[in-house]
Design a protein around this ligand. Structure first.
Ligand code: ASP
Length: 347
């Protein structure tokens, strides 16, 4: 539905140009010729993804030591990057990456989402375009297979930004999105996690926080940035609790004037610190580099306030930042300078 049209010539040109691109630096920018003198230069393509931040116990990675997580991250990263490489938009790239992670039962989004107090999955997602500040979000969705698609439909096909619960489901029906029974989202692991918490048995912090939220940020060949985030929220949530992921400005934000950010972590802290917008605001109003702005918010403000988690971010020049204050964050990045990595712990 949101698949981009492949443009083979452009693709080949981008691949060829990628090999001669270098990291943009402040010094290079200062020495650069004026816009009028500048040849039409290729823009840097870049994408980053996350699969949640927190305390990642080695046991949680499974018998293969995390290979399945890494493969899931790589598949999403490469699918998103392929969209950019083919000349597709950053919006299509982040949608593609997040859809794959929603289908991967290891992550806390779509299938494999953490469970609420009543044993059901309630899903939240949001997406934003830095080009025109359009945005869409959904919360408390229970039957839509890809909540990120629904958020995108809200952005593109409705006059609203955020829909919740039954209304969001009704809108999904009107738009013909794929529906599944709520059981489809539920995995034995998430059931056990909820049971442990309900029985008051000591649960690792990550089980309470719902480790595994997913997100993506990207910049395309036109310099447009976009961000998307999708989650089941926190284990044992109740009373219609909504975290930061579907809140524009808290868990997701994108503006070509600064950057695109997707967050993961203890949502209540991220809402109060309006994390994603705060990072973009430091870049836009203070002229800080994305790296400095992200560090200030994630390692400074959030740590002081007790908020654990992390963010991924990209600016229109293609600088990627992955910053977290927790022991680990499932993450990956890829860009047209040839960089490609996935990681779990600090390394
Ligand atoms: N931020 C998500 C929430 O609070 C959870 C997470 O990212 O782990 O709903």
């Amino acid at each position: 539905m949101h698949t981009s049209v492949l443009r083979p010539l452009r693709h080949a040109a981008l691949v060829a140009m990628a090999s001669i691109m270098t990291m943009p630096t402040a010094a290079a920018a200062a020495a650069a010729p004026s816009a009028a003198e500048q040849p039409a230069s290729p823009r840097r393509l870049a994408i980053a993804i996350h699969g949640g931040a927190g305390v990642i116990a080695r046991e949680q990675l499974g018998a293969d030591g995390g290979v399945a997580y890494r493969q899931g991250l790589e598949a999403a990263l490469d699918a998103g990057y392929a969209v950019l490489e083919a000349g597709g938009s950053s919006l299509d790239a982040v949608t593609t990456a997040v859809r794959l992670l929603e289908d991967n039962p290891l992550f806390n989004a779509g299938r494999g989402a953490v469970l609420a107090h009543d044993g059901r999955a309630y899903l939240d997602a949001s997406i934003m375009s830095g080009k025109d500040l359009s945005a869409g979000a959904v919360t408390g969705v229970t039957t839509v297979r890809h909540p990120i698609d629904l958020a995108r439909r809200v952005m593109e096909d409705s006059p609203h930004v955020m829909l919740s619960g039954e209304g969001a489901e009704e809108f999904a029906g009107l738009k013909g999105l794929e529906r599944v029974p709520n059981d489809w989202f539920i995995t034995p692991t998430r059931r056990q996690q909820l049971d442990r918490v309900l029985q008051g048995r000591s649960a690792p912090r990550n089980e309470l926080q719902g480790l595994g939220t997913v997100g993506a940020v990207a910049v395309d060949s036109r310099g447009d940035v976009a961000a998307a985030t999708s989650t089941g929220g926190m284990t044992n949530k109740r009373w219609g609790r909504i975290g930061d992921a579907p809140i524009i400005g808290a868990g997701t934000y994108a503006n070509n004037a600064s950057c695109a950010v997707s967050a993961t972590g203890h949502g209540e802290y991220f809402i109060r610190s309006v994390v994603a917008h705060d990072i973009c605001a430091l870049v836009e109003y203070k002229g800080w580099s994305l790296a400095r702005a992200a560090k200030e918010v994630v390692q400074g403000k959030l740590v002081q306030r007790g908020g654990e988690g992390g963010i991924i971010a990209v600016d229109p020049q293609g600088h990627l930042v992955l910053e977290f204050n927790s022991p680990g964050m499932f993450r990956g990045l890829r860009d047209s300078s040839g960089r490609r990595m996935v990681g779990i712990y600090e390394d």
